[in-house]
Design a protein around this ligand. Sequence first.
Ligand code: ATR
Length: 274
Amino acid sequence: MFKDKNFNYAVFGNPIDHSKSPAIHNFFSNQTGVFHTYGSINVPLNKFSSIILDFFKHNGKGANITAPFKQEAYCISHELTERAKIAQSVNTLKKTDKGYILGDNTDGIGLLSDLIRLDFIKKKYSVLILGAGGAARGILFPLLSFGCSIFIMNRTLSNTKKLIKQFNRYGKINIFNKDILKYKIFDLIINATSQSLEEENSIIDLSLISSNTCIYDMNYKKNKKSFLNTFVHVKSTKFSNGIGMLVFQAAHSFELWHNVFPETDKIINILKAE
Ligand code: ATR
């Protein structure tokens, strides 16, 4: 499949049509002067490992992996970075000089970089994470290492418990129970569910928000109601969608491949304006 393709970096997922990764990486390439060609591959659901191995056997030097293949990417990696091992999920692959496939996870550091840029995070912040799936798993280690206290709220309690058992060795992490913590207000609320906060039936409990609470939705979707509409009835003005995280996880991947960290502000502003 990849014998005659002329790109050596690509994003793999299903669906992939609306991926912004090629645009972001082409921007980084132009801006840094590091030449790379970057494509996008829609992978049939049962074909991930054969397609990715074929890519690295031919022109492939690096890949970004998106839903629903991050766990499979973790399994096919020959070597793993520490953060990928802890997240048990891989969003970046690199062919090493020895020909091995190295798996990394830049999602968590991507989120943390964006939260720092936005001034949404401080050590000791009390953080509520909505969701206990793969997206939540990818961000917990960097947030706990930063020094935040984390509470998890999720539709299915057993998934929350599993996540807490996996991560409680790295810092303060608990289930959020509104009946016990009745008047708890959070410094930061992160939506890590697959349900966007921008959709009509918001899953966020407005009583947990004060005018100082930062709200970050890891989702970003076009043509949805704006955050302003969603939160107009609470006083919080500090909210962001996940465009910045998307750009920063790409920047950290770019650095893994090319040892150069690209400039991020300009492309974040371009994508946010779209
Ligand atoms: P991802 O890899 O994107 O995190 P996932 O592992 O399927 O995807 O996890 C999706 C998360 O969104 C889960 O926490 C899920 O809750 P459950 O554990 O109860 O399944 C949550 N989620 C999805 N749709 C939701 C909805 N409509 N309301 C609340 N939570 C939802």
